[in-house]
Design a protein around this ligand. Structure first.
Ligand SMILES: *Cc1c(COP(=O)(O)O)cnc(C)c1O
Length: 453
């Protein structure tokens, strides 16, 4: 048993250890209080109340140690309470907590923007702006693209997820639970098919050949290229099912946007910051977006988000046109500097590739033994399996939630996703130990073994 983490954080034994059922009595008591005080609209994957976390382990109020395959939705890639995040945040919080960057600036904000300009794809002249949440970053990227182009239309994809604010709900594909009952939605948002190999009509091979033609044909016929301010795409889709477009699709799309003066926006909020084995998913094919949105993995768990991109586009907005009271809060900036330093020093892109090298063969082996697994996909430490009725591509959401529930009961935090709720996604912290990864995969295997055959 190792006491992790190599990169700091609380010295929490890196092991799974259950002392009660899940959730245990203390968590159940807290859950009753939660139900009497917190709105029902907020749900939980696993209702255990956390008291400490580090490396690949979360400890709950009943003293159970759980394996973390979720990272708080791809956020704590550097681990919970990573050493450099804790030291920088602690120093900053004792110095000052807020001035509002729009009132009086501070160096930390500038440093984070310098780092973002450096690590995001492309070596061109860039500017960044900081916000609080991913949705806010996406909203601002659209504002900036509209301002820079003088155009209004925004093109998004099937299975897209961009957030829960009014504009980003309109951009998000899935109705239940994200949109249902929350309209009317923002206008001038147009949806086109995603290059989704597993579900492409006519099969994966034709997806690579046809998807770009279908997308650009629809934009031409139904929107008009000259009306399009931005095409917004997750280079690997997150909530929509960890959908990886075939090689060539993203470079083709970026080239098409360039040709028509459309701002190409990569939403790297889930796929960014080393998760896929590169700093950004776009790096895999050397795609250089005009604007990149980031959040989630950026700051080791503190709320921070950003838009980074071409200086001419970013600086087209008048002074005062962007901002927000808390955006780029000094404590969140300190956390981001600690997280980015950790990613660089510990070479977390390589760590993500190693996670993939352990997990991917295990997932492929599961797929050979359990025909309910129709597809295995992803890159680095952003992996997923899609569950179907065997021999078909009909989604099997019931089997998906049964497997997830069995994993939860055994002390493995595992997330689902997908427009049809039939995808199990794997997002372990990039600093997770190989032993824990292995143990988590064993639990997953057992969970499939428990499915009625
Ligand atoms: C999570 C997510 C968002 C929204 O981020 P919030 O911080 O929850 O507002 C936007 N885009 C993608 C791709 C995401 O995964």
């Amino acid at each position: 048993m190792s006491v992790h983490p190599t990169v700091g954080g609380p010295a929490i034994a890196q092991q799974r250890h259950l002392v009660t059922e899940i959730p245990g009595p203390i968590s159940r008591k807290l859950l009753a209080r939660r139900q009497a005080s917190v709105a029902r609209g907020l749900s939980h994957v696993l209702p255990v109340f956390v008291t400490a976390a580090g490396g690949g382990v979360l400890i709950d109020a009943d003293g159970n140690s759980l394996i973390d395959f979720g990272s708080g939705i791809a956020v704590t890639s550097v681990g919970n309470s990573a050493e450099l995040v804790v030291t920088r945040v602690t120093e900053q919080v004792a110095q000052f907590t807020h001035t509002c960057f729009m009132v009086v600036p501070y160096e930390g904000y500038v440093q984070v923007c310098e780092e973002l300009n450096r690590v995001t794809p492309g070596s061109h002249d860039k500017r960044s702006a900081l916000f609080n949440s991913g949705a806010e970053a996406v909203e601002n990227a659209v504002k900036i693209a509209r301002h820079a182009t003088g155009r209004q239309a925004v093109v998004v994809f099937d299975h897209a997820y961009h957030g829960r604010t009014n504009l980003t709900m309109a951009m998000t594909a899935k109705n239940m639970p994200y949109k249902d009952g929350f309209g009317p939605f923002a206008g001038e948002v147009y949806r086109v098919p995603m290059a989704y190999p597993f579900r492409w009509p006519g099969g994966p091979a034709r997806c690579a050949a046809e998807a770009l033609d279908v997308v650009t044909g629809l934009i031409h016929a139904q929107v008009g290229e000259h009306r399009v301010a931005a095409v917004v795409i997750e280079p690997i889709q997150g909530e929509g099912g960890f959908i990886v477009p075939p090689d060539g699709f993203l470079p083709g799309l970026a080239g098409y946007c360039r040709e028509h003066g459309i701002v190409f926006i990569a939403d790297e909020i889930q796929s960014g910051f080393c998760r896929t084995g590169d700093w950004f998913a776009c790096d895999h094919e050397a795609v250089v977006p005009d604007l990149v949105t980031t959040a989630k993995g950026i700051a080791g768990g503190l709320p921070l988000a950003a838009v980074t991109g071409r200086a001419d586009i970013m600086d087209s907005v008048q002074a005062g046109g962007l901002g927000g009271t808390y955006g780029g809060n000094p404590v969140a900036c300190a956390a981001a500097l600690g997280a980015i330093e950790t990613m660089t020093k510990e070479d977390l892109p390589a760590a993500a590739r190693r996670v993939g090298e352990v997990m991917l063969p295990r997932l492929r082996d599961l797929a050979r033994r359990y025909p309910v697994i129709g597809d295995v996909r992803g890159r680095g430490a952003m992996l997923a399996i899609e569950l179907v009725k065997p021999g078909t591509i009909e989604p099997d959401a019931a089997a998906t939630s049964a497997v997830a529930r069995a994993c939860h009961a055994a002390g493995l935090i595992l997330l689902t996703c997908g427009t049809h709720g039939n995808v199990l996604r794997f997002l372990p912290p990039l600093v997770i130990s190989p032993d824990l990864l292995d143990e988590g995969m064993g639990i997953l295997d057992d969970a499939f073994g428990q499915l009625p055959s």
